[in-house]
Write a protein that binds this ligand. Structure first.
Ligand code: ADP
Ligand code: ADP
Length: 220
């Protein structure tokens, strides 16, 4: 349960190949770091896992089923995508309400995730006034809204202040320790070493490393 499975996944564009025959499994109970330089194919892989793009070949499943993007309830998978689109004139709380309403999630839970992400004080402020770090925090709040078993965060550290970086790191570790599945992408090895217990590295869309962090650090 709560397993992400990527099997021979490929995505080709007219200009080239973003994801090239990628296979790996993301297990619950630990943070899995998804590392690679910019352009390696991390965001494309995450979009394929979430069913936001169609693979050219192969497949990705969450809990054994392909992810049909909007059919999944928020308690199954929560995701923070890069450059998540915010409605500039809506407040933080209104964004969360918009997501909550179709999922039977109430005001109490909205209050909880605002607290948890340090956004309670900014709940009534419009998104256009937010720094990148605050946008990331709101994106994390949205991902947490359904108390999901699987959490997928694409470059969550981008734009966060140092305090925010430590906060998100500890949050991911705690959620994994609770038995959830956490997949987090980054182009920074040092960040992954401090966050993840398991490491998946890709380059040019291909799998380079898939092993426990301790093993990777001992051999490199
Ligand atoms: P990462 O998230 O690791 O930075 P991406 O998944 O964003 O990498 O990109 C992987 C490769 O796929 C890059 O070369 C990028 O230019 C290309 N790519 C991504 N999306 C598209 C698209 N919609 N059309 C064409 N090429 C794309
Ligand atoms: P407007 O008030 O600008 O007309 P709508 O409420 O009609 O906006 O929303 C238009 C579309 O924008 C929606 O169907 C939805 O896809 C998207 N959208 C609106 N608000 C949000 C939000 N808070 N989070 C994510 N998507 C949103």
């Amino acid at each position: 349960c709560n397993v992400i499975e990527v099997s021979n996944l490929s995505k080709r564009y007219r200009g080239g190949t973003a994801v090239d025959d990628l296979s790996f499994t993301v297990e619950p109970g630990r943070v899995t770091g998804f590392l690679g330089p910019n352009g390696a194919g991390k965001s494309t892989t995450i979009r394929l896992i979430l069913g936001l793009d169609r693979p050219t070949s192969g497949h990705a499943t969450v809990n054994g089923r392909p992810y049909a993007s909007l059919a999944r309830p928020l308690h199954e998978v929560g995701a923070l995508l890069e450059a998540g689109d915010l409605h500039p004139t809506r407040t933080a709380r209104e964004h969360l309400r918009w997501l909550a309403r179709s999922n039977g999630i109430g005001e109490r839970r909205i209050g909880e995730v605002l607290e948890e992400t340090g956004m309670a004080g900014a709940a009534g402020k419009r998104a256009k006034t937010f720094s990148l770090g605050m946008k990331q925090r709101l994106g994390v709040a949205a991902a947490l809204l359904g108390d999901p078993g699987v959490l997928i965060l694409d470059e969550p550290v981008n734009g966060l202040d140092p305090e925010g970086v430590v906060w998100i790191r500890n949050l991911m570790k705690r959620l994994a320790a609770e038995g959830r599945t956490v997949l987090v992408s980054s182009h920074l090895m040092a960040e992954m070493a401090l966050t993840a217990q398991h490491l998946v590295v890709i380059g040019r869309g291909r799998l380079l490393v898939d092993e426990p962090m301790e093993k990777f650090l001992a051999s490199h």
